[in-house]
Design a protein around this ligand. Structure first.
Ligand code: UTP
Length: 285
């Protein structure tokens, strides 16, 4: 079964980046010079998924403007071939179809995904959170797709997040299937460390069967009054097999200022144009 559509939930309020997010969507805040959401779109494009649904909120229209293909206009920065970085954006506009759906009330990640259900209908689909940048030997989404092709079931990206961080995550109750593949028996949102069923936190990449949309349609607000995706996943395990994959890669949570700063430093150090100067500067600090 081919995955043709990916959802990027981008309607959150981004309160951790206030005051910037008063007018700038969190997803457009650059990590050096590239907005977090562009990494997500590029990852989706790299695995051959052609339809992207961005879930946005009122006031975040600039996210869609960012991805619109602009007509070359004389001396504008969009002029054909003028800047490689703009050419990259043009390539995105030519390769993938980006649609948006509006989440009118910020009722949580589960609710944001449910807002896109009309567009999905009855096909499996991917979800990519722009808050998580994952750099590994293979794109995290590709790692999930490789397993999906074997099991044809929902599959979640997880990593060992350590007991000190566990209460910030949705946590799975796993049994090992094969290597890094786990079977999910249950999932709990933000458990206290002593109640966590494992140290595997769910991170921002998922492949879902349409069954999750049914579970979300019946979901009631959970922790902090939001419709929690983790609760719907827990419910889904009662009806279908759900798997998780321990992702091979380094993850940066760019949804927090510290995570974004760390990602910018690591990306900066590895860049040809600024890497050397940046490491010299850090050594001198
Ligand atoms: P977060 O909870 O990390 O994002 O949601 P947030 O709510 O924007 O951040 P803070 O806590 O206020 O700083 C993870 C992802 O889910 C999306 C967010 O945009 C982010 O990409 N999201 C969250 C929605 O689309 N809708 C929601 O109601 C909540």
């Amino acid at each position: 079964m081919k995955i043709r559509t990916a959802i990027i939930p981008a309607a959150g309020m981004g309160t951790r980046f206030l005051p910037a997010t008063k007018v700038v969507p969190k997803e457009l805040i650059p990590i050096i010079d590239k907005p977090g959401i562009q990494y997500a779109v590029e990852e989706i494009m790299s695995v051959g998924i052609e339809n992207i649904i961005i879930v946005t909120a009122s006031g975040k229209e600039s996210i869609l403007e960012y991805f619109e293909q602009r007509q070359p206009k004389g001396n504008s920065i969009s002029s054909e071939g003028k800047f490689a970085q703009i050419a990259q954006l043009d390539q995105i506009a030519k390769t993938v179809r980006i649609k948006s759906v509006l989440q009118t009330e910020q009722l949580g990640l589960g609710h944001a995904i449910a807002c896109a259900s009309e567009e999905i209908r009855d096909e499996p689909f991917a979800v990519v959170l722009p808050d998580d940048l994952i750099f590994g030997p293979k794109p995290a989404l590709q790692q999930l797709l490789d397993i999906f092709h074997t099991h044809e079931s929902s599959i979640l990206a997880v990593q060992n997040v350590g007991s000190e961080n566990i209460s910030k995550y949705g946590v799975i109750d796993p049994t090992q299937v094969d290597g890094n593949v786990l079977r999910v028996g249950n999932a709990i949102e933000k458990p206290a460390p002593e109640e966590a069923p494992s140290s595997y936190g769910i991170i921002g990449r998922y492949i879902f069967t349409p069954g999750i949309l049914e579970r979300l349609s019946e979901a009631k607000p959970g922790a902090i009054g939001e419709i929690q995706l983790t609760d719907a996943i827990a419910d889904l395990t009662k009806y279908e097999s759900v798997y998780a994959l321990d992702i091979d890669g380094k993850r940066h949570d760019v949804g927090t200022p510290l995570g974004m700063l760390k990602a910018a430093i690591e990306i900066g150090i590895s860049r040809e144009d600024i890497g050397q100067d940046l490491s010299n500067y850090i050594k001198k600090l």
